[in-house]
Design a protein around this ligand. Structure first.
Ligand code: ATP
Ligand code: MG
Length: 287
């Protein structure tokens, strides 16, 4: 699914003394099957932008174009669009309402009129996709899961609708390192194996950017940079000015390079750093 915005602007409470211009003139192009990371400091317009991508917010100016079709005001089309583009809110567990994980995930297919046997199959498939063992979890209350499990159950409740694209707002917030790693692995798998277009909002430029094939950097409601992750990791000063931190391993490589070591600065995983340092040591020792 190709998701584009053209000169997209959103003003909250327009024509009032409380008007807030949240995003301004944003033109982006997210190709089908790609994995985009939307980054930027707090208040830069990330959540506002992604809520336009499945028609939850209506543009003040500009437009959103999905697979060549302009997202309009037709209610039936909007409902169909929201099924094709799943949006997972930050802290989605706050929206749980059902008594069991099964009922939570079954809500959409039941609503669409699927027969009980089909609902069962769809729910088990969705739980399987997010690696929640249904025997253990299906009958548990969604409120009594760990925060990582809650996040996965919320994602299953979206995946059950078999969307073509998945948009997630800060999905790793509040998760421990293992929970974050598992979540990123899941997103990577959905992208690589199921071909889902993924758009993830984050504050953190760490492991996620190693997965994303491009990033969109927002500041003050404007798109200030976009491109492949490597490019972002060379912009230390600019990121710091925006209040964003490079991952520790990238900062370390910047420091080494500043001290004269012949290493690349655009390194963002431990594996890349080890390779760079190994090459440097081999050169030094002539081996
Ligand atoms: N419902 C709303 N009504 C009025 N102003 C809003 C509303 N939602 C967001 N804003 C304002 O719009 C701007 C962009 O907010 P948005 O939530 O999109 O930022 P964000 O990048 O997602 O921030 P964060 O990283 O803190 O989640 C901010 O100035 C915010 O105060
Ligand atoms: Mg936000």
């Amino acid at each position: 699914m190709r998701i584009c915005t053209e000169d997209l602007t959103h003003i909250y409470m327009p024509d009032s003394p409380f008007a807030v211009s949240a995003i301004e003139g944003i033109t982006v192009n997210i190709e089908a099957g790609s994995f985009a990371a939307v980054i930027g400091p707090s208040g830069s317009g990330k959540s506002t932008l992604i809520q336009h991508l499945n028609g939850l917010l209506k543009p003040t100016a500009g437009r959103v174009v999905i697979d060549g079709q302009v997202v309009g005001e037709n209610k039936v089309e909007l409902i169909a669009l929201r099924r094709r583009i799943g949006l997972v809110f930050q802290m989605p567990e706050q929206q749980f309402f059902a008594e069991s994980v099964f009922d939570e995930v079954a809500f959409a297919p039941r609503n669409l009129g699927f027969k009980p046997k089909q609902v069962d199959e769809l729910v088990y498939q969705a739980l399987d996709l997010v690696s929640l063992d249904w025997k253990t979890f299906a009958r548990r209350s969604p409120f009594q899961l760990s925060s990582g499990q809650k996040r996965l159950a919320a994602i299953a409740a979206i995946l059950v609708q078999q969307p073509e694209a998945l948009i997630l707002d800060e999905p790793a917030a509040g998760l421990d390192p293992e929970g974050r790693r598992n979540l990123y692995l899941l997103l990577s798998r959905l992208n690589q194996e199921k071909g889902l277009t993924i758009v993830v909002v984050t504050h953190r430029l760490d492991d996620l950017c190693a997965l994303a094939d491009h990033y969109l950097l927002l500041s003050g409601g404007r798109l200030v940079m976009h491109g492949p992750p490597e490019e972002l990791f060379s912009q230390d000063q600019k990121l710091r000015r925006l209040g964003l931190d490079l991952p520790p391993v990238t900062r370390f490589m910047h420091l080494l390079a500043e001290k004269g070591a012949p290493v690349k600065r655009t390194v963002y995983t431990m594996e890349q750093a080890c390779r760079e340092i190994n090459c440097w040591l081999k050169k030094e020792t002539g081996s």
